[in-house]
Write a protein that binds this ligand. Structure first.
Ligand SMILES: Cc1cc2nc3c(=O)[nH]c(=O)nc-3n(C[C@H](O)[C@H](O)[C@H](O)COP(=O)(O)OP(=O)(O)OC[C@H]3O[C@@H](n4cnc5c(N)ncnc54)[C@H](O)[C@@H]3O)c2cc1C
Length: 384
């Protein structure tokens, strides 16, 4: 069956695709969104109850301008939907002064005049006694950091897109696409759909959908754990910040542990390790049940930095990173197919940007360019 022609088809209605649909629908575009699973779901990269958002970005200073816009758009989505999606808790970052997390966060905060405080060990102990801080560590406290509710945010983007006229289909995988002429078509088991432009936001399945980008995307298995603390009050929402620690001791970056306050709907204190695990996985066959070693890897972070939360394990979830070669996002027009835009390789730190990535994708799909500072995320950087 061949159906109506749309202005834009968005493939993948997770974090980025659902946001793109909302922005496109707000602009009056006729948009079709296709998702292979439910909207939202727990098989990709947007489940697990919380995603950290922070401004003093240690990974690359160019992200800060995008984040400032992301905060505005999360606020707009909250107002449009009437759903609370963002909790501002403040963020505490701990590590040696020369660590990537601490040195990079201070640099970003100073460069962009972001409200922050640098705390010595005594000040950390007085304000955040939950943490066990080594002698050589300092802290950075960032006022505007907090966390988003990812499942609710994907749902709100999708819901608001449909209320503004977008047509979204869940449980309908895209099996093939064609962009050989000046329009595009996608095929599913139900129909062939046509549009002027195609946006791919396929997360961990991106390498399968768009094989000819010339970039190696590596999908990795990541875990999230929830543990019951000795006392609950110190970890409660309103008292406990989002946090991140860089455990390196002058021996190179080994990722960061990070976590969240307790939330009423998921019991326990949540901790994760932001670290690209060495082995790639297939998103369709990855082991989603706990493996030996999963719990111990998370507990190591708790025991070292947050011993008061080192209690019984309550939940362990598996989530997927899609890593680009340099750890930075890929947002660009397809080099061989002008009516195709791709957004992938969010490398385990993309959710906080979903609102602004949606806007950038809508720009690229409707005008071919964006005033947002996304140049550093283009595919051209891999061709040098
Ligand atoms: C454990 C973990 C913790 C994280 N913590 C943070 C954090 O604290 N802060 C932060 O900012 N980021 C965090 N991230 C990263 C962030 O969640 C991801 O970068 C982001 O969700 C990626 O969005 P996406 O749209 O690319 O992928 P997804 O949200 O997974 O969406 C991709 C969608 O495309 C669909 N799809 C794929 N192929 C097809 C097809 N053929 N047809 C139809 N649909 C298709 C998929 O089913 C999926 O729904 C974390 C990620 C993980 C895994």
């Amino acid at each position: 069956m061949t159906s109506d022609r749309y202005d834009v088809i968005v493939v993948g209605l997770g974090s980025m695709g659902s946001a793109a649909c909302w922005h496109l629908a707000r602009r009056g575009a006729r948009v079709l969104g296709l998702e292979q699973f439910n909207i939202p779901h727990a098989l990709g990269s947007h489940h697990g109850a919380s995603r950290m958002i922070r401004l003093a970005y240690f990974e690359h200073r160019d992200y800060v301008a995008l984040l400032l816009r992301a905060y505005e758009l999360w606020d707009l989505l909250e107002r449009d939907s009437g759903v609370k999606l963002l909790h501002i808790t403040g963020g505490l970052y701990l590590g040696r002064p020369d660590s990537e997390l601490i040195a990079g966060s201070i640099r970003a905060a100073r460069d962009h005049a972001l409200p922050h405080e640098v705390l010595d060990r005594a000040a950390i102990a007085a304000r955040f006694p939950q943490f066990d801080v080594p002698d050589d560590a300092i802290g950075v406290h960032e006022t505007r950091a907090g966390f988003l509710l990812p499942e609710a945010a994907v749902a709100a983007h999708a819901d608001q897109a449909m209320r503004r006229g977008a047509v979204l289909h869940g449980c309908e995988p895209v099996t093939a696409w064609d962009a050989s002429g000046d329009s595009v078509s996608v095929r599913t088991d139900r129909a062939t759909y046509r549009a002027g432009h195609l946006v791919f936001a396929g997360g961990a399945w991106s390498g399968r959908l768009v094989r000819d980008l010339g970039v190696d995307l590596k999908v990795t298995r990541q875990t999230l754990g929830w543990f019951w603390p000795r006392e609950t009050a110190p970890f409660s929402l309103g008292r406990f910040p989002v946090w991140a620690v860089d455990p390196s001791r002058g021996d190179g970056y080994r990722g960061i542990y990070y976590g969240f306050p307790m939330m009423p709907d998921t019991p326990g204190v949540k901790i994760a390790h932001h670290w690209r695990t060495p082995d790639g996985v297939d998103p369709d066959t990855v082991e989603r049940r706990p493996l030996p070693g999963d719990e111990a890897a998370l507990r190591e972070g708790l025991q070292r930095w947050l011993p008061a939360a080192d209690g019984p394990l309550l939940s362990l979830q598996v989530c997927l990173y899609t890593n680009s070669p340099d750890g930075h996002f890929i947002i660009d027009r397809h080099p061989a197919h002008p009516p195709v835009t791709v957004a992938c390789g969010f490398s385990g730190h993309g959710f906080k940007f979903a609102s602004v990535v949606g806007e950038a994708l809508a720009d690229l799909a409707t005008t071919g360019r964006s005033d947002l500072p996304i140049g550093f995320l283009g595919l051209g950087r891999f061709r040098h």
